[in-house]
Design a binder for this molecule. Structure first.
Ligand code: HAM
Length: 425
């Protein structure tokens, strides 16, 4: 046999065990309830796609140029595939393939993969909660989508999350603005950072997002798309802002907001957690992508959505003191020193009655089983020794405070556990 070796999770990835994983469960459950109540249905799509699907999200973006996990499969000829770096392209590809009735309102909770330099809040595998809504350009849908993300953060208990929005225009007003910005940058190219000095023409907007002091200084008086919107885009943007105000969604306008993906049109937005450092404070973001379905071979179909990073939300919760891991777990823990049959039957009965229950294994000593009961976080221990078994009773002992141990006939156990568990709350 070869030497045993040890492995750990690949760089930039991590395992999540209970109780930390409860935070994930809670966020997903809260999100699912919220978006299902607004008419969104769960969509599952493959974790990998033809690389072309993701290339459509933007040839000039880091996500596509530098961070894609791509590989060739064993097909003949091999297919060029990539792990999903984000959810939108996959959902739109699925929409184009299946043409569900419109509007198509979908949500997902799924891992995404980006070959980034790992650091706090930036991982090579992260998990996104997201919605995508296709089939209407109605600005009130933008209000619904942004409002859902704002409500989600509220429901989670986060207080210090700020929403910024802007409009990136459309195929009518964007080209002229882009040309204007490009000319503006050309006149100052020598003042831009090393990366953008030669590459600003690939996507001039991205220069506005560059955090390097050279670019920030050189673009301080750059023109903004939001000041150059065509009439329909301006009207759309105004309606979105009015709708957010009507729905009490607090936001600020940020004309410099540029997102890291190229498909955006009109409304774009980002939510930042004030309690996190600026390098990873984006807890969610999204916008309209009215041209993406067409770019993926479908009919012209407007769409809008957002992605929200679960890990970032958990970091924000930790920073704001919101505990998502409390509660859960088992309520009753059966300690059986008669050989295990009582534990086998009682855990089944408790669970059938809707009381989460667990037990010890391997016929261990009373002391060892009781220790396990305490470690389990259960509210009560259900104890059966040979004496109790002979008399047809069980003892129930509270574990979270110094209450009395109570003996009860076996057929009244469920009622007593319910009562004592409630008292322990
Ligand atoms: P995104 O801004 O690239 O947008 O990602 C969405 C969210 O995922 C970010 O706000 C952040 O919370 C989280 N995130 C992104 N990259 C990482 C990472 N490396 N580590 C940890 N968290 C990360 C999108 O992906 C778009 N698909 C959103 C969208 C949906 N737009 C329209 N529809």
């Amino acid at each position: 046999m070869s030497e045993p070796v040890t492995f750990s999770a690949p760089k930039g990835t991590f395992d999540v065990l209970a109780p930390a994983s409860r935070g994930y469960e809670r966020l997903i459950a809260t999100f699912a309830a919220l978006v299902e109540a607004a008419g969104y249905g769960l969509v599952l799509s493959p974790m990998f796609e033809d690389i072309g699907v993701f290339q459509r999200v933007g040839e000039s973006t880091d996500v596509v140029r530098k961070e894609m996990y791509d590989f060739h499969d064993k097909g003949d000829p091999p297919r060029h595939l990539a792990l999903r770096p984000e959810g939108t392209a996959s959902v739109v590809r699925a929409f184009v393939e299946h043409r569900p009735p419109l509007p198509f309102k979908a949500w997902y909770a799924a891992p995404s993969f980006r070959y980034e330099a790992p650091q706090a809040g930036r991982y090579r595998q992260h998990h996104q909660l997201g919605v995508e809504a296709l089939g209407t350009g109605d600005p009130d849908l933008d209000v619904e989508v942004i409002g859902l993300l704002a409500r989600f953060f509220q429901a989670v208990g986060l207080r210090q999350v700020e929403c910024r929005i802007t409009s990136l225009g459309d195929a009518t007003c964007r080209p002229a603005y882009r040309a204007e910005l490009e000319a503006f940058l050309a006149a100052r190219a020598d003042r831009l950072c090393d990366e953008h000095r030669t590459r600003y023409a690939d996507n001039p907007l991205r220069v506005l997002d560059c955090k390097k002091p050279a670019c920030v200084a050189a673009t301080a008086d750059a023109p903004h798309q939001v000041e150059r919107l065509c009439e329909p885009c301006r009207h759309h943007y105004q309606r979105v802002k009015d709708g957010l105000v009507a729905g009490s969604v607090t936001f600020t306008e940020d004309p410099r907001l540029v997102r890291g993906l190229d498909y955006y049109t009109r409304t774009t937005f980002e939510f930042a957690a004030a309690a996190l450092s600026i390098a990873h404070d984006a807890v969610g973001g999204g916008g309209r992508y009215d041209g993406l379905a067409e770019a993926l071979g479908g009919p012209p179909t407007p769409g809008i959505g957002f992605g929200c990073g679960i890990e970032r939300v958990l970091l924000a919760c930790a920073a704001e003191g919101v505990d998502l891991t409390a509660g859960g777990g088992v309520v009753a823990f059966v300690v059986d020193t008669t050989g295990g049959e009582q534990a086998r039957d009682l855990t089944r009965e408790l669970r059938d009655a809707g009381i989460p229950a667990d037990r010890a294994w391997d016929q261990r000593s009373f002391k060892a089983q009781f220790k396990a009961a305490n470690r389990s976080g259960a509210r009560v221990a259900v104890i059966v020794g040979s004496d109790e078994a002979a008399r047809g009773v069980v003892a129930v002992k509270p574990l979270r405070h110094d209450g009395e141990q109570v003996e009860v006939a076996r057929d009244q156990l469920i009622e007593l556990v319910r009562k004592m568990a409630d008292d322990a709350d």
